[in-house]
Design a protein around this ligand. Sequence first.
Ligand code: B4P
Length: 181
Amino acid sequence: MHVIILGAPGSGKGTQSAEIVKQFTLEHLSTGDMLRAEISAGSELGLAAKSVMDAGDLVSDDIILGMVENKITANQSGILFDGFPRTLPQAKALDKLLKDADQSIHCVIQLDVDNEEIVERMLARGRADDNEETIRNRLSVYEEQTAPLIAYYRDQNKLSTVLGTGSITDIFARIEKILAK
Ligand code: B4P
């Protein structure tokens, strides 16, 4: 089983992913975490990604696809994709990689949270890329480049939208119901 968790920046993808992998046998693949690990390691890729992330923009599809390809082809159990894909070219490349291995995405969980709550949460989180100007840019980049994935997966009958507000436990209970099917 391969699952995608989709949603605006700060909608709680990472938070819910941590809960999901406790209950389901899925490998957690977070492109955000992978990029932050590259930055911490001071790698060339990390250096290139840092300024893009600090500005609230998306790292290039080539860098992202280069980073995830081996993880996807090596996986045996099923993957929880967190923060990937974030653009239509990434989604199409993922479909192709899985198709070549006779696999596919089973389910896409979209976390629905309004922008005001998102801004509040991210300001409280206080990560390096969590200042108000960057957050506003990330939200508009999301609308332009990532939100079209909602229709992409809805058209394939793979999309489930989950209300992403309330307690972490309540939100997870909503997700668990969908994944248990
Ligand atoms: P990500 O690491 O994916 O992070 P995110 O979208 O900001 O956050 P997420 O939705 O996981 O929210 P979280 O659980 O932390 O991306 C960071 C950057 O990396 C991107 O902007 C981009 O530059 C780059 N990038 C990553 N993947 C890429 C790709 N595929 N292509 C191109 N670029 C890519 O939750 C947010 C906060 O809310 C936390 O403080 C949490 O504690 C709190 N929270 C969570 N649930 C809550 C709840 N129910 N109630 C109250 N607070 C809650």
